[in-house]
Design a protein around this ligand. Structure first.
Ligand SMILES: [Zn+2]
Length: 115
């Protein structure tokens, strides 16, 4: 397992947990606007940029624990691929390996079926 990929995966999963919490708040707003504001889920720990995404789209991205939403240009091409480019945000998917593994293990929704 490569260390850099793992670190990036962990950072992104941590931001995902922040967004899980924001989602509760966003749910109230998205009922009216259909969009929500989330923190960029890129691998940079220092990055605190926000992006706006349609609530439905975000749910779709989150269905796959290896997919993340980021501010365009924040992708890490050595560990992830941009699978979708939208106005205001990109969707990236982790390649198989350290980052994808870390993302899966830290998925707050626990899709591992461990419990
Ligand atoms: Zn970012």
């Amino acid at each position: 397992m490569d260390e850099r990929g793992q670190r990036i995966g962990i950072n992104e999963a941590l931001f995902r947990q922040v967004n899980e919490r924001l989602e509760d708040l966003n749910e109230v707003f998205s009922t009216f606007t259909g969009t929500m504001s989330v923190v960029c889920e890129c691998g940079e720990l220092e990055c605190v940029e926000h992006l706006t995404i349609a609530a439905q789209e975000y749910e779709w991205v989150r269905n796959d624990p290896t997919q993340f939403v980021i501010v365009p240009g924040h992708e890490e091409p050595d560990v992830e691929d941009v699978v979708e480019r939208n106005r205001g945000y990109d969707v990236v998917r982790k390649r198989v390996g350290g980052a994808a593994e870390a993302a899966r293990q830290l998925d707050p929704r626990g899709r591992q079926g461990e419990r």
